[in-house]
Design a protein around this ligand. Structure first.
Ligand SMILES: [Zn+2]
Length: 374
């Protein structure tokens, strides 16, 4: 059993005028109280009269979380888990509604929410936060559940993390799927930001640097969600376990290639991708197994001998004759091979796999390329 926790960003959709008024009141009063408290004037009558207008648990949560209050900064309201409720609905407006505690509405304020597709089954709600952004309201709903991971798989989906593409996945047995490439644009987004940051840095525009950083982060996170969703869906429909290389190898291979290159590579959000992949897969009962990447880029995935990489992205093997093979696909295959050749799964999980094979292709452009939307 593993405990999986994740946060689902939900947009509160089309609240009525009255509900909006209640929301704003609760939110504004919490902000005002936090500012007053930070100035140490909680003994003033104004603090006490205001306090009566806020749901007490919401204020307690806020005071517990935010030790240091910055002037003019707004803070999300954190709701205690036992005061939140999420329900499925047949409403035309939305599939789900959430009930949050507020002072204004006894029994809670019921709001329609829109979220990414989510398996609302056997979960437990955790403390969640309400944000206001430019007159839009969002609830970051945190949920968790205990999951029994599957013990029997029909195939292995292996993922190699790369520099040109965020990752390439291959299936063992390969007849089930051609290799898939993900997230080509991530490196571009990083590079672009790197350039902008440098320009802004010259002019000491610190605020703009921060703003661009947040924008970049949103774009990248969006890509990572799409990549991880796609991989988990693949694993679900094929009943595969997911295998990834551990991350130490990538940082090592990036060494000695110049500072700029290093910065871009070490900025690549591999860790975030693996973490997303892990919680999303585990949520569905799928295991994610990490294997040592040693040798996976130089070994021939077909025959196991040492091959060569005449140029970036190409793999050749003089022993079995594999030629002009896509180096990333070779790497991903090797990662999968590590598992299928006697890697022991934890908890006695079993794997029924045919012998490994190789993709009959020489043109990397034949592969499908998963790209995120802009
Ligand atoms: Zn070979």
């Amino acid at each position: 059993m593993v405990r999986v926790r994740k946060t689902i960003k939900c947009k509160i959709i089309k609240p009525t005028e009255l509900k909006l008024k209640h929301l704003n009141k609760e939110y504004n009063n919490v902000q005002e109280l936090l500012q007053l408290e930070s100035k140490g004037i909680e003994f003033l009558p104004i603090f006490h009269s205001l306090k009566k207008k806020v749901y007490s648990a919401n204020l307690q949560q806020a005071l517990r979380f935010y030790k240091k209050i910055k002037p003019n900064k707004e803070y999300p309201i954190s709701f205690r888990k036992d005061l939140l409720e999420v329900r499925k609905t047949d409403n035309k407006l939305s599939k789900y509604w959430v009930k949050i505690p507020t002072k204004q509405r006894k029994g809670g304020l019921k709001l329609a929410i829109k979220s990414q597709p989510f398996n609302f089954k056997d979960y437990e709600i955790c403390e969640s936060k309400l944000f206001k952004k430019k007159n839009n309201w969002f609830l970051n709903l945190t949920v968790q559940k205990e999951v029994e991971l599957n013990n029997t798989y029909d195939s292995v989906l292996s993922l190699d993390l790369g520099q040109k593409y965020m990752g390439v996945s291959v299936m063992h047995p390969s007849t089930l799927m051609i290799p898939k490439f993900y997230g080509k644009e991530v490196r571009g987004i990083r590079r672009n930001y790197d350039y902008i940051r440098k320009q802004l840095g010259k002019n000491k525009l610190l605020k703009e640097i921060k703003r661009f950083g947040q924008k970049e982060q949103r774009k990248v996170t969006d890509c990572l969600h799409k990549i991880s969703n796609e991989i988990v869906d693949l694993a679900l429909t094929s009943n595969s376990t997911i295998v990834v290389g551990d991350l130490k190898g990538i940082r090592k291979s990036a060494k000695g290639k110049g500072r700029k290159f290093n910065r871009i590579v070490s900025n690549m959000p591999y860790l975030e991708l693996i973490q997303m992949l892990e919680y999303k897969a585990n949520w569905e009962g799928i295991r994610v197994i990490k294997v040592n990447e040693r040798g996976t880029s130089h070994t021939c995935s077909k025959c196991g001998n040492e091959g060569s990489r005449p140029k970036q992205g190409v793999f050749n093997c003089s022993v079995c004759g594999l030629k002009d093979y896509n180096a990333d696909v070779n790497g991903a295959s090797n990662i999968g091979n590590k598992l299928s050749s006697g890697y022991i799964l934890e908890d006695g999980a079993t794997l029924t796999l045919p012998e490994t094979d190789v993709y009959e292709t020489s043109e990397s452009s034949d592969f499908s390329r998963g790209e995120c939307q802009k």
